[in-house]
Design a protein around this ligand. Sequence first.
Ligand code: F6R
Length: 605
Amino acid sequence: MCGIIGYTGPLQAKDVLLNGLSQLEYRGYDSAGIAYFGPETDVHVVKTTGKVAQLRELCKSVREESHCGIGHTRWATHGGVTVENAHPHQAGKVTLIHNGIIENYHQLTVDFQLEGKLISQTDSEVAARVLDAIYDGDPLASIRRLIPLLEGSYGFCILFSDHPGEIYAVRNVSPLVAAYTHSGSIIASDLTALIPYTKKYAVVPENKIVRLTPYRMEFYEMDGQPARPEFLEVNWDTDAAMKNGFPHFMLKEIHEQPEALKNTILPRLSRGLPDFGEDKIPDALFARCSQIRIVACGTAMHAGMVARAVMEPLLRIPVLVSVASEFRYEDPLVSEETLTIVISQSGETIDTLAALRLAKELGSRVLSVVNVKGSTIARESDFVLYTHAGPEIAVASTKAYSVQLAALYMIACRMALVRGKMTEEEGAAFMKDLLDVIPAMEEMLRQSEEIKNIVRPLVDKPDAFFIGRNLDYAFSLEGALKLKEISYIHADAYAAGELKHGTIALIADQVPVIALATQDRVFSKMISNVREVKARGAYVILITKNGAEAAADLADVRIRIPDLHDRFTVFPIAVVLQLIAYYASLLKGLDVDQPRNLAKSVTVE
Ligand code: F6R
């Protein structure tokens, strides 16, 4: 979680840090702080609870020039939201910022007799004090001694007050990317902070130490030998990480979906069929497995649920979906014959990463569907299918979900072709249907105003229910998550047939029910379920295909999506459900892009 940045070079460090923190704020926004070398080579810290805007206000009184510093925006893990717990933390000559969790902080507190000396309740301050205790004037050697003492995940940026102009960094699990540019050296937990300065960056390898100076960027192995990082080039620019006239990133990203889908699908089409040659994913991977395990968290896991509902009937092999944080502890049945598909926008979600490692340990080959190039999950997977959504900044995932679906549908199609479950003709028809979702999404985007009006009666309600059958149930799960995370309306999704086994007790007068009825095969059964909730007074928003016949009195409001094959209705539905959540949050006056208690990239377990 947490966003971290370090800069040393000719520019004003304060400005670079504050601007970088604004870009990184989606990673955490409980508190923020910077530390910089003053003209007397002393290190100054400014920090506050609240958002980067508050830190910016506070920094207005900073008049002195500085060309080297570090900055942090926090998502609280250890210790509440207080100024003391905000980063940077200082101990003697050491000032550091940290992303991750030091699991053995308590033991270190005992071993280094820190009891009574700690100002904050954070594990990060413990790391700062331990480093100060072992610091002997040689930053590289001291960091080398620190690393074996730490258990857990970390990305650190460190200033030593007797080494002005230099930033040291090291990481384990938690991400760090760095670049040397004509405007100095810069390091951050996320690319978005780097792209105003450069498109070429290095992924800081785990357990290597980086030294940044205004003139160079050096990487060292733990034994002190120089190390060579991998350099990558990002294919999006600063505009992609700006709002471009939209009031919120979320709305911008909802609108970017048709383009993101084109970018993900079109380069991988060869004679109308999916072709992963450029991605170096061999057909043998699809031919030889006897089961598929899909592992992911949150929205990415919901994309997996949809993929499961498409893949299993098509491929006729078991396809199981697991929440990544559970997968590790359910003693999963995984072997050399299993293909594990890992889905992650950020490529850094720690639970997903741990699940990936376990699947590999158990002999499975891992194919990941990832948005962020060079991320840890991408690098540790056997094969990667990158989604080309561009940067997703809003905490609530939107375009990442639809491109994940597109990538998974392409995998399903390729696999069906390879396994003889589809002819080339059927494959081409499948891919044509997939491309047809793009205008269907555009059509729903044009109905934004109508959807906003439909949402109005929901905003003062404490609860909402999403119901659907078959694929519609998988879509409902995502609709409910989206609504609750940004509008704080309690929302849950149910398989419509399951309602009468308990949940229908909660349906009373004017309780909102968003009913998805886009699956022809179960349409009439679904309509019966809608009647059941309507008969108990529910306020029903019914989503059907354009041509579907439904009695006028069945629903309070009806939203119609284009007539697509059942498998593909998820794409326009995703737009509708995202807009429902967006407008609910907006009409309630909430912080759409940065909802409370959340962070974009979940790098703690
Ligand atoms: C919800 C949301 C989260 C993420 C989840 C996984 O809107 O964004 O549920 O989907 O934290 O994140 P990634 O895909 O980065 O692994």
